[in-house]
Design a binder for this molecule. Structure first.
Ligand SMILES: Cc1ncc(COP(=O)(O)O)c(C=O)c1O
Length: 352
């Protein structure tokens, strides 16, 4: 069937053919090599990867997806396609791994990166002049700035730039970069799509077969391939992704007003959708650490997008941008009962 709703696509896509006696789920294909006439070698393809890829393609409304060993290996494969010294426009705030990679490439002269405030559309437009590629993260990690995605993508495509969007925080349930004209929608599948804090995986979804061929070659040659077991676990998780994401988003929206009213909190950041909330405490770094360490239900841990809520002071990581306040806590709201979450948050806030 065509044009399935995301709740249905997440469940129906990536299934084996319905023939007599077939299982409902693809097997975990543990093969490094194959007899002639098919995949050939385990670095080029795998039946279990393909089932996950098909499901992400359906959610993102793309034509094809490539799964990678992690979100970072997917991101690195994209940049590997750019010629030496290519001018790239990228957000000046974003996931610290992406930022570190871009800064390193810039210092090495491998890319000429123009860092911009992605929420400042006129500044982004100006930076696009003469550029070859646009990398957008929106909302940004961890400060949750939101780009005018459709406008920026439209302008970049008018100027013939390649465009990739890191869709990890928003997910295809909140925005569909390919529908807006982007060439690539990237996901850290580690987060919401898998949803249980038990695997690392990444994905790139696209519509252009020629781009797919280039990225497939990059994956095959650079070797950032996913494990079949990880893909199977992610596939199991993705079946409930829309349910989990909506439940977590509802929890986040319920928590917003309570957080805003709390006297220990100076500023609450929320992009209007999704289940990540960042907030700045009226406190110093060590008091902020104390709040995070005082939680009994919320895991004091990095990462996000699991059924279990997690939080952390982002500046505890040396790679985090200095523009992120010392007292900023990034809270990934999970699927627990919202009143239990609030009871935990308020007791932790009251510990300082
Ligand atoms: C927005 C965003 N993009 C990319 C990544 C990298 O993904 P992975 O950890 O799966 O390599 C992360 C990880 O936290 C992220 O938050």
């Amino acid at each position: 069937m065509e044009n399935l709703h995301p709740e249905t696509a997440a469940i129906a896509a990536g299934r084996p053919e319905r023939i007599d006696g077939a299982g409902l789920n693809v097997p975990i294909s543990l093969n490094s090599t194959f007899l002639p006439g098919g995949i050939g070698y385990g670095r080029y393809g795998n039946q279990t990867w393909e089932a996950l890829e098909e499901t992400i393609t359906a959610l993102e409304e793309g034509q094809s997806t490539l799964a990678f060993a992690s979100g970072m290996s997917a991101i690195a494969a994209v940049f590997s396609l750019l010629p030496h010294g290519a001018p790239v426009v990228a957000s000046n705030q974003g996931y610290s791994g992406t930022m570190s990679l871009l800064k390193k490439y810039h210092e090495q002269g491998r890319l000429e990166v123009r860092f911009v405030d992605i929420a400042n559309t006129p500044d982004v437009f100006e930076a696009l002049m003469g550029a070859a590629f646009l990398w957008i993260e929106s909302p940004t990690n961890p400060t949750l700035e939101v780009a005018e995605l459709a406008l920026i993508i439209g302008e970049a495509k008018k100027r013939n730039l390649g465009v990739a969007v890191d869709n990890t925080f928003a997910t295809a349930l909140s925005q569909k970069p390919l529908v807006m004209g982007a060439d690539i929608s990237m996901n850290s599948v580690t987060k919401y799509l898998s949803g249980h804090s038990d695997v690392l995986l990444g994905s790139l979804t696209m519509r252009d077969p020629a781009l797919h061929a280039r990225l497939l070659e990059a994956r095959s040659l650079l070797g950032g391939i996913p494990g079949p077991f990880e893909c199977w676990i992610a596939l199991r998780g993705i079946r409930t992704f829309p349910l989990r994401f909506r439940a977590a988003e509802k929890n986040a929206q319920d928590l917003l007003a309570r957080l805003k009213a709390h006297p220990a909190i100076e500023r609450v950041r929320y992009p209007g959708f999704g289940a990540i909330i960042s907030f700045d405490l009226a406190a110093d770094a060590s008091q902020t650490e104390q709040v995070c360490a005082s939680s009994q239900l919320i895991a004091h841990a990095t990462s996000l997008g699991g059924v279990e809520s997690t939080w952390e002071r982002r500046r505890r990581w040396p790679a985090e941008s200095l523009s992120v306040p010392e007292s900023l806590i990034r809270l990934s709201v999970g699927c627990e009962h919202v009143d239990d979450l609030w009871a935990d948050i308020s007791q932790a806030l009251n510990s300082i």
